[in-house]
Write a protein that binds this ligand. Sequence first.
Ligand SMILES: [Zn+2]
Length: 583
Amino acid sequence: MANAPERTRPSRHPLIDRLLPVIALAVSLGLSYGAYTLASYSWDQVVSYQSPYTTMSGADFSGVRPALTDPIPGAQPRRVVVVLIDGLRDDASRTMASISGLRARGADVRLTVPQPSLSYPTWTTIMSGAPQQISGVTTNWFEGPVKVETLLDVAAGSGRTVVVSGPKDLDEMFNASEVATASVTIEWPEGEYVSDTVVDNALALDAEVGGADFLFVLLPDVDNTGHDFGGASPEYDEVVRKIDTDLARLIEGLDDGATTFVVLPDHGHIDSGGHGGWEDPVIHTFAAFAGPGVKQTEARADLQDIAPTVAVLAGLQAPQQGVGTAIDAVLADGNGSARDAEFVRAAGVSLAYIRKVLGDDGVRGIDSIGSPADLAALRADADSERLAEERDARFALFAGVAFAALVAAVIIGIASWRALVAALVGTAAYAALYNGLFFGLHGFAWSLSTFNEETKIDAFFNGRMLETVIAGLAACVVAALVYTALRRQPRGPQSGYTAGWLALGSATVLMVQASLAVQVAYFLWQWGADVTWILPDMQAAFKYDLDLIQLTALGAAAVLGPLLTWLVGRLHPRTRRTAQAEV
Ligand SMILES: [Zn+2]
């Protein structure tokens, strides 16, 4: 034997040695199952979120809104055309002659889109002034009709003639055909250009009703092309050219000199195609306003400000539950008392919102509201106050999980400090490999835009689970190599250390899971598992879901990992040399 040999310490207690890997495996599988349950629960909480705000009105604060059939004093009832171009990016819009023409004689507004930036949620925000948290429309799985009032409702309710032309989804979401005076809604087929038909239909309907007071037109094709080829593709540019021609035809056909136009997208697209997340080209969009009542200007606003602005321009009451406010910079005048009526409504509904969030106490002490910015600030304060209270109450959960992770590490360290070091290095290797694949190889982000299409969601999650298992097994191999390197004369399973080598794999997977569990607990501390009054930050929620998916898939690594560490122990040249020396 070599000089200064390591003491061949016999097992502390054979039973404990055999129990440890079994216990670790049981904990791993328990975490895996728990994470799976929580992942489906949390996903469902966002998808089937029931907004508590849909019945909200400002009646208690600013009085009952006058009947829609009562004319607003001094307001001119203007003819307004709203054109929604699904998925049109801001940069592409700036290459379009039709939209540039509107901007040149009107208002160029830079918009920010609330999340999730999917079509049904953002259409609803445009139509109602209510973001996802208020409307309850969080995904395209929403089964309409929406529960909030829309521009179509207030225009038709005010006795205006309303024309709608667009895809069938407008019936499902907004009862468009029922509410409108005249409408044609068509199928939204894959790979077939339909915006020319939508424009033809809008022009024919307008002629049929002898000039509508309010027109809503939705052009769907840009979005399809964005999904299929990407927002920076030649195909996308090509369809934008076609839309430009059809939009110009629509504007020319409808413009009688007394028509106000509003053209905007619901969201943009990332370069590679997709939306739903927070990327700049997705959430930074535009609205072009032109015509009577519009100032020639540039401005910034939020998507929820569109409906109130359109209402003031049209001389209508704005939809009840909209928390957006009319964009003053865009308005050439208050349109009689329309803008004032709209601010009274917005103030009333904002106070109703604060009372929903904080209870009656929340609205006590609010004495002066001067501007739309005040309303947004008051609502944000209410959100922060309730979140702070809830986070205080949830902190113990986070602290508990962090403590449990620490206890697991200490137990492994007491059994063998070398095993703990090896498991921690393995955990670092896991994080490097999994995230390297996710961000580096695939170029993914923590964003709903990553899916591109709903049909690709399952494949996306399955791919991440597979990579989790691969990274988890790689972590076990790394841990086994580190462990061998830490011993001068490492002993393999053939020298009676079978339980130890198996336990090393279990300990490594457990440490990887512990690191993820702490991150999951952090999200739960910040946002909770239930979605009842506020939507979580979507980037954090996406990461949380992926953390849970990893925790789930690591159950497989917990079963296979110990076999790998055992194999390394068995085959490593240094353990074999030790074994030969012993013979
Ligand atoms: Zn889309």
